[in-house]
Design a protein around this ligand. Sequence first.
Ligand SMILES: [Zn+2]
Length: 108
Amino acid sequence: MNERFIKKLMSTTKCSVCGEHYEINNIKVLRHEDDMWFLNVFCPSCRSQALVAAVVKKDKSLETTTDLTKAESAKFTQAFTISADDILDLHNFLQDFDGDFAKLFSQK
Ligand SMILES: [Zn+2]
């Protein structure tokens, strides 16, 4: 699992405000701990910004150097513990998130 991959994954999701896809250049990794990634995404279309948390299993690697075909996307979704929809759900959830990570991590 690397930064390029998580950005690629995030770029498959759409902005919850205007529905445009995020671009890799507008995705910034804030923090990476084990399987947990915190990303800051910016949508150039509507100029909204969001904090996104993602948990990705690192023992399953998949090279994503090209744009995904439909078949690859299906494989991709099965190979990881999260899908683009999960990220979008988190994205929506985190729009109300107050930034207290300690509190978030203590919730089981
Ligand atoms: Zn947008």
